[in-house]
Design a protein around this ligand. Structure first.
Ligand code: ZN
Ligand code: ZN
Length: 334
Protein backbone atom coordinates (compact mmCIF):
# COMPACT_ATOMS: atom_id res chain seq x y z
CA UNK A 1 0.00 0.00 0.00
CA UNK A 2 1.09 3.63 -0.22
CA UNK A 3 3.92 3.96 2.25
CA UNK A 4 3.06 7.54 3.17
CA UNK A 5 -0.23 6.39 4.71
CA UNK A 6 1.49 3.56 6.57
CA UNK A 7 -1.35 1.34 5.37
CA UNK A 8 0.73 -1.14 3.57
CA UNK A 9 -1.24 -2.47 3.34
CA UNK A 10 0.52 -28.05 7.57
CA UNK A 11 2.17 -30.34 7.16
CA UNK A 12 -0.37 -31.36 4.56
CA UNK A 13 -0.07 -34.27 2.21
CA UNK A 14 -1.18 -32.76 -1.05
CA UNK A 15 -0.26 -34.80 -4.04
CA UNK A 16 -0.58 -33.07 -7.34
CA UNK A 17 -0.54 -36.01 -9.67
CA UNK A 18 -0.53 -34.07 -12.90
CA UNK A 19 2.92 -32.71 -13.65
CA UNK A 20 1.63 -30.00 -15.95
CA UNK A 21 -0.21 -28.18 -13.18
CA UNK A 22 2.67 -28.22 -10.79
CA UNK A 23 2.94 -31.79 -9.67
CA UNK A 24 5.13 -32.68 -6.81
CA UNK A 25 4.44 -36.36 -6.45
CA UNK A 26 4.24 -37.88 -3.02
CA UNK A 27 7.85 -37.00 -2.22
CA UNK A 28 8.84 -33.71 -0.70
CA UNK A 29 7.21 -31.66 2.03
CA UNK A 30 5.43 -28.37 2.60
CA UNK A 31 7.28 -25.23 3.59
CA UNK A 32 5.27 -22.40 5.16
CA UNK A 33 6.33 -18.92 4.14
CA UNK A 34 5.43 -15.28 3.80
CA UNK A 35 6.38 -13.38 0.65
CA UNK A 36 5.66 -9.81 1.80
CA UNK A 37 7.08 -8.20 4.95
CA UNK A 38 8.68 -4.89 5.91
CA UNK A 39 11.35 -3.97 8.45
CA UNK A 40 13.04 -0.77 9.68
CA UNK A 41 14.89 -0.73 6.34
CA UNK A 42 11.68 0.94 5.12
CA UNK A 43 8.51 1.54 7.18
CA UNK A 44 8.28 -1.58 9.35
CA UNK A 45 8.77 -1.22 13.11
CA UNK A 46 11.18 -4.10 13.76
CA UNK A 47 14.78 -4.60 12.69
CA UNK A 48 15.45 -7.10 9.89
CA UNK A 49 16.91 -9.47 12.53
CA UNK A 50 13.77 -9.21 14.67
CA UNK A 51 11.53 -9.77 11.63
CA UNK A 52 13.35 -12.98 10.73
CA UNK A 53 13.19 -14.07 14.35
CA UNK A 54 9.41 -13.54 14.50
CA UNK A 55 8.75 -15.78 11.50
CA UNK A 56 11.32 -18.36 12.52
CA UNK A 57 9.71 -18.68 15.96
CA UNK A 58 6.15 -18.91 14.63
CA UNK A 59 6.34 -22.07 12.56
CA UNK A 60 7.51 -20.64 9.25
CA UNK A 61 10.22 -22.22 7.13
CA UNK A 62 10.94 -19.16 4.99
CA UNK A 63 10.44 -15.42 4.67
CA UNK A 64 10.99 -13.08 1.76
CA UNK A 65 11.88 -9.67 3.23
CA UNK A 66 10.42 -7.05 0.88
CA UNK A 67 11.12 -3.52 2.04
CA UNK A 68 10.07 -0.59 -0.14
CA UNK A 69 12.73 -0.08 -2.81
CA UNK A 70 15.56 -1.14 -0.49
CA UNK A 71 17.19 -4.38 0.53
CA UNK A 72 19.47 -5.53 3.34
CA UNK A 73 23.01 -6.59 2.41
CA UNK A 74 22.97 -10.02 0.74
CA UNK A 75 25.15 -11.48 3.55
CA UNK A 76 22.26 -10.80 5.93
CA UNK A 77 20.15 -13.45 4.21
CA UNK A 78 22.92 -16.04 4.20
CA UNK A 79 23.53 -15.43 7.88
CA UNK A 80 19.87 -16.12 8.67
CA UNK A 81 19.55 -19.25 6.55
CA UNK A 82 20.10 -22.70 8.04
CA UNK A 83 18.68 -26.23 7.80
CA UNK A 84 15.30 -25.20 9.24
CA UNK A 85 14.77 -21.68 7.88
CA UNK A 86 15.50 -19.81 4.66
CA UNK A 87 15.76 -16.01 4.49
CA UNK A 88 15.20 -14.75 0.96
CA UNK A 89 16.16 -11.31 -0.36
CA UNK A 90 13.32 -9.40 -1.98
CA UNK A 91 12.11 -5.88 -2.60
CA UNK A 92 8.75 -4.12 -3.04
CA UNK A 93 9.14 -1.84 -6.03
CA UNK A 94 7.16 1.42 -6.00
CA UNK A 95 6.47 1.42 -9.74
CA UNK A 96 4.14 4.42 -9.48
CA UNK A 97 4.10 7.04 -6.70
CA UNK A 98 1.32 9.49 -7.47
CA UNK A 99 -1.76 7.28 -7.83
CA UNK A 100 -2.70 7.17 -4.14
CA UNK A 101 -4.59 4.00 -3.29
CA UNK A 102 -4.01 2.71 -6.80
CA UNK A 103 -0.22 2.77 -6.76
CA UNK A 104 1.45 -0.16 -8.48
CA UNK A 105 3.62 -2.14 -6.06
CA UNK A 106 5.48 -5.17 -7.37
CA UNK A 107 7.47 -7.63 -5.29
CA UNK A 108 10.64 -9.13 -6.70
CA UNK A 109 11.20 -12.39 -4.81
CA UNK A 110 14.72 -13.82 -4.78
CA UNK A 111 16.90 -10.98 -6.00
CA UNK A 112 20.68 -11.39 -6.00
CA UNK A 113 21.51 -7.67 -6.00
CA UNK A 114 19.63 -4.47 -5.11
CA UNK A 115 16.92 -3.59 -7.61
CA UNK A 116 15.63 -0.04 -8.10
CA UNK A 117 12.07 0.57 -9.35
CA UNK A 118 11.43 2.07 -12.77
CA UNK A 119 8.99 4.77 -11.69
CA UNK A 120 6.20 5.64 -14.14
CA UNK A 121 3.12 7.82 -13.95
CA UNK A 122 0.66 5.35 -15.51
CA UNK A 123 -0.31 1.81 -14.62
CA UNK A 124 0.45 -0.14 -17.78
CA UNK A 125 3.95 1.26 -18.42
CA UNK A 126 4.71 0.80 -14.71
CA UNK A 127 3.63 -2.84 -14.80
CA UNK A 128 5.38 -3.67 -18.05
CA UNK A 129 8.72 -2.03 -17.30
CA UNK A 130 9.03 -3.37 -13.76
CA UNK A 131 7.73 -6.88 -14.47
CA UNK A 132 10.22 -7.21 -17.32
CA UNK A 133 13.02 -5.93 -15.11
CA UNK A 134 12.17 -8.42 -12.35
CA UNK A 135 12.08 -11.29 -14.87
CA UNK A 136 15.44 -10.20 -16.32
CA UNK A 137 16.88 -10.21 -12.81
CA UNK A 138 15.82 -13.85 -12.49
CA UNK A 139 13.43 -13.09 -9.62
CA UNK A 140 9.80 -14.13 -9.15
CA UNK A 141 7.17 -11.47 -9.89
CA UNK A 142 4.43 -10.84 -7.33
CA UNK A 143 1.76 -8.18 -7.95
CA UNK A 144 0.71 -6.71 -4.61
CA UNK A 145 -2.72 -5.55 -3.35
CA UNK A 146 -4.05 -5.38 -6.92
CA UNK A 147 -7.09 -3.14 -6.40
CA UNK A 148 -5.65 -0.77 -8.99
CA UNK A 149 -6.56 -3.18 -11.77
CA UNK A 150 -10.16 -2.15 -11.44
CA UNK A 151 -9.11 1.07 -13.12
CA UNK A 152 -7.15 -0.54 -15.90
CA UNK A 153 -7.97 -4.17 -16.51
CA UNK A 154 -6.78 -4.05 -20.10
CA UNK A 155 -3.29 -3.70 -18.67
CA UNK A 156 -3.49 -7.31 -17.58
CA UNK A 157 -3.69 -8.66 -21.11
CA UNK A 158 -0.45 -6.90 -22.02
CA UNK A 159 1.90 -7.90 -19.22
CA UNK A 160 4.12 -10.98 -18.74
CA UNK A 161 2.31 -14.31 -18.96
CA UNK A 162 3.26 -15.78 -15.60
CA UNK A 163 3.27 -14.13 -12.20
CA UNK A 164 2.04 -14.34 -8.64
CA UNK A 165 -0.76 -12.08 -7.44
CA UNK A 166 -2.05 -11.32 -3.96
CA UNK A 167 -5.64 -12.38 -3.45
CA UNK A 168 -5.26 -11.79 0.26
CA UNK A 169 -3.13 -9.11 1.92
CA UNK A 170 -3.44 -9.33 5.67
CA UNK A 171 -2.50 -5.67 6.24
CA UNK A 172 -5.54 -4.46 4.31
CA UNK A 173 -8.13 -6.67 5.99
CA UNK A 174 -10.98 -4.77 7.54
CA UNK A 175 -10.78 -1.72 5.30
CA UNK A 176 -12.37 -1.29 1.92
CA UNK A 177 -9.97 -3.66 0.17
CA UNK A 178 -10.78 -6.55 2.46
CA UNK A 179 -11.56 -9.74 0.58
CA UNK A 180 -14.39 -10.62 2.92
CA UNK A 181 -16.09 -7.22 2.73
CA UNK A 182 -15.18 -6.20 -0.79
CA UNK A 183 -13.55 -8.74 -3.05
CA UNK A 184 -11.55 -6.37 -5.25
CA UNK A 185 -8.37 -8.42 -5.16
CA UNK A 186 -10.20 -11.55 -6.20
CA UNK A 187 -11.79 -9.61 -9.08
CA UNK A 188 -8.36 -8.49 -10.21
CA UNK A 189 -7.14 -12.07 -9.99
CA UNK A 190 -10.06 -13.31 -12.10
CA UNK A 191 -9.30 -10.55 -14.61
CA UNK A 192 -5.73 -11.88 -14.90
CA UNK A 193 -6.94 -15.45 -15.39
CA UNK A 194 -9.60 -14.50 -17.93
CA UNK A 195 -6.91 -12.52 -19.79
CA UNK A 196 -5.20 -15.90 -20.26
CA UNK A 197 -2.43 -15.38 -17.71
CA UNK A 198 -0.82 -18.08 -15.62
CA UNK A 199 -1.49 -16.16 -12.45
CA UNK A 200 -0.93 -17.91 -9.14
CA UNK A 201 -2.83 -16.82 -6.03
CA UNK A 202 -0.84 -15.65 -3.02
CA UNK A 203 -1.89 -14.77 0.52
CA UNK A 204 0.61 -12.60 2.38
CA UNK A 205 1.04 -10.53 5.52
CA UNK A 206 2.47 -7.24 4.20
CA UNK A 207 3.63 -6.87 7.78
CA UNK A 208 4.62 -3.48 9.19
CA UNK A 209 3.79 -3.77 12.88
CA UNK A 210 5.54 -6.33 15.07
CA UNK A 211 4.98 -4.45 18.35
CA UNK A 212 1.26 -3.93 18.92
CA UNK A 213 -1.19 -6.66 17.98
CA UNK A 214 -4.86 -6.09 17.18
CA UNK A 215 -7.56 -6.33 14.52
CA UNK A 216 -6.60 -3.10 12.75
CA UNK A 217 -2.84 -3.54 13.06
CA UNK A 218 -0.56 -4.54 10.20
CA UNK A 219 0.60 -7.67 12.00
CA UNK A 220 2.41 -10.85 10.93
CA UNK A 221 0.84 -14.30 10.80
CA UNK A 222 -2.40 -13.73 8.85
CA UNK A 223 -1.68 -14.72 5.24
CA UNK A 224 0.85 -17.25 3.96
CA UNK A 225 1.77 -19.75 1.28
CA UNK A 226 2.55 -23.46 1.58
CA UNK A 227 5.16 -24.38 -1.02
CA UNK A 228 5.92 -27.95 -2.02
CA UNK A 229 9.67 -28.59 -1.88
CA UNK A 230 12.04 -31.54 -2.11
CA UNK A 231 14.60 -29.72 0.04
CA UNK A 232 14.58 -26.50 2.02
CA UNK A 233 16.77 -24.22 -0.07
CA UNK A 234 16.33 -20.76 -1.53
CA UNK A 235 16.51 -22.04 -5.11
CA UNK A 236 13.98 -24.81 -4.53
CA UNK A 237 11.46 -22.50 -2.85
CA UNK A 238 11.76 -19.86 -5.59
CA UNK A 239 11.58 -22.42 -8.41
CA UNK A 240 8.39 -23.93 -7.01
CA UNK A 241 6.81 -20.56 -6.26
CA UNK A 242 7.39 -19.60 -9.89
CA UNK A 243 5.88 -22.90 -11.06
CA UNK A 244 2.73 -22.56 -8.92
CA UNK A 245 3.54 -25.54 -6.70
CA UNK A 246 1.93 -23.97 -3.68
CA UNK A 247 -1.37 -22.88 -2.18
CA UNK A 248 -2.37 -19.74 -0.34
CA UNK A 249 -4.15 -19.57 2.99
CA UNK A 250 -5.38 -17.26 5.71
CA UNK A 251 -6.41 -20.24 7.86
CA UNK A 252 -7.45 -23.57 6.32
CA UNK A 253 -4.89 -26.33 5.98
CA UNK A 254 -5.21 -28.61 2.97
CA UNK A 255 -4.56 -32.35 3.24
CA UNK A 256 -4.96 -33.25 -0.41
CA UNK A 257 -5.35 -31.52 -3.75
CA UNK A 258 -5.06 -33.92 -6.65
CA UNK A 259 -5.95 -34.08 -10.28
CA UNK A 260 -6.39 -37.63 -11.53
CA UNK A 261 -7.68 -37.91 -15.06
CA UNK A 262 -10.65 -35.57 -15.12
CA UNK A 263 -11.26 -35.45 -11.39
CA UNK A 264 -10.09 -32.69 -9.07
CA UNK A 265 -10.06 -33.85 -5.47
CA UNK A 266 -9.81 -31.64 -2.38
CA UNK A 267 -9.42 -32.71 1.22
CA UNK A 268 -9.32 -30.07 3.95
CA UNK A 269 -7.75 -30.86 7.29
CA UNK A 270 -10.55 -30.60 9.86
CA UNK A 271 -10.09 -28.13 12.72
CA UNK A 272 -12.08 -28.05 15.96
CA UNK A 273 -15.18 -25.87 15.85
CA UNK A 274 -14.67 -24.84 12.22
CA UNK A 275 -16.89 -25.82 9.27
CA UNK A 276 -15.90 -25.53 5.62
CA UNK A 277 -17.40 -24.87 2.22
CA UNK A 278 -15.41 -25.89 -0.84
CA UNK A 279 -16.07 -23.88 -4.01
CA UNK A 280 -15.04 -24.93 -7.50
CA UNK A 281 -14.85 -21.82 -9.69
CA UNK A 282 -14.61 -21.62 -13.46
CA UNK A 283 -13.97 -18.91 -16.04
CA UNK A 284 -14.62 -15.44 -14.65
CA UNK A 285 -15.14 -16.84 -11.17
CA UNK A 286 -18.35 -18.61 -12.21
CA UNK A 287 -19.35 -21.08 -9.48
CA UNK A 288 -19.29 -24.64 -10.86
CA UNK A 289 -19.92 -26.53 -7.65
CA UNK A 290 -20.20 -25.91 -3.91
CA UNK A 291 -19.72 -28.62 -1.32
CA UNK A 292 -20.18 -28.29 2.43
CA UNK A 293 -17.65 -30.25 4.47
CA UNK A 294 -14.00 -31.15 4.24
CA UNK A 295 -14.07 -33.41 1.16
CA UNK A 296 -15.04 -32.67 -2.42
CA UNK A 297 -14.44 -34.08 -5.88
CA UNK A 298 -15.14 -32.28 -9.14
CA UNK A 299 -15.22 -34.03 -12.48
CA UNK A 300 -14.30 -31.88 -15.47
CA UNK A 301 -17.16 -31.95 -17.99
CA UNK A 302 -15.55 -30.19 -20.91
CA UNK A 303 -17.82 -27.16 -20.46
CA UNK A 304 -16.81 -23.77 -21.87
CA UNK A 305 -16.75 -22.46 -18.29
CA UNK A 306 -13.83 -24.79 -17.54
CA UNK A 307 -11.12 -22.82 -19.35
CA UNK A 308 -9.60 -23.05 -15.90
CA UNK A 309 -11.00 -24.45 -12.67
CA UNK A 310 -9.84 -23.36 -9.28
CA UNK A 311 -10.77 -24.14 -5.70
CA UNK A 312 -11.43 -21.77 -2.85
CA UNK A 313 -12.07 -23.08 0.63
CA UNK A 314 -14.18 -20.92 2.94
CA UNK A 315 -13.95 -21.57 6.66
CA UNK A 316 -16.64 -20.56 9.17
CA UNK A 317 -14.08 -18.40 11.01
CA UNK A 318 -13.88 -16.13 7.91
CA UNK A 319 -10.53 -17.47 6.74
CA UNK A 320 -9.92 -19.00 3.32
CA UNK A 321 -7.53 -21.08 1.26
CA UNK A 322 -6.91 -20.71 -2.47
CA UNK A 323 -5.65 -23.59 -4.61
CA UNK A 324 -3.92 -22.80 -7.90
CA UNK A 325 -6.01 -23.13 -11.06
CA UNK A 326 -6.19 -26.34 -13.08
CA UNK A 327 -6.00 -25.72 -16.80
CA UNK A 328 -7.77 -28.69 -18.47
CA UNK A 329 -5.38 -28.65 -21.42
CA UNK A 330 -2.61 -29.45 -18.93
CA UNK A 331 -4.62 -32.19 -17.26
CA UNK A 332 -5.20 -33.79 -20.68
CA UNK A 333 -1.47 -33.96 -21.37
CA UNK A 334 0.25 -37.27 -20.64
ZN1 ZN B 1 2.50 -2.02 -1.14
ZN1 ZN C 1 4.21 -3.87 1.38
Amino acid sequence: MPRARAREGLAAAIVLSCAAIGASGAEGFWAKGNTHAHSTISDGNASPDAVIKWYKHHGYQFLVLTDHDKVAPMEFFDRHTDASFVAIPGVELSATRALGDFNVHINALGITAPLEPIVKTEILPALTANMEMVARAGAVIQLNHPSFYLRDRTALSKVSDTFLMEVYNHATRGDRWSLIENPLFEHAYEAALTAGKRAYAVASDDTHDYQTFGPKRLNPGGGWVMVRVAKLTRDEILKNLAAGKFYASSGPEIDEYTVEGKTIRVRVKPADGVTYTIWFLGHGGMPLAKVAGTQADYRLRGSSLEKYVRVRVHASDDTMAWMQPVWPEDAARP
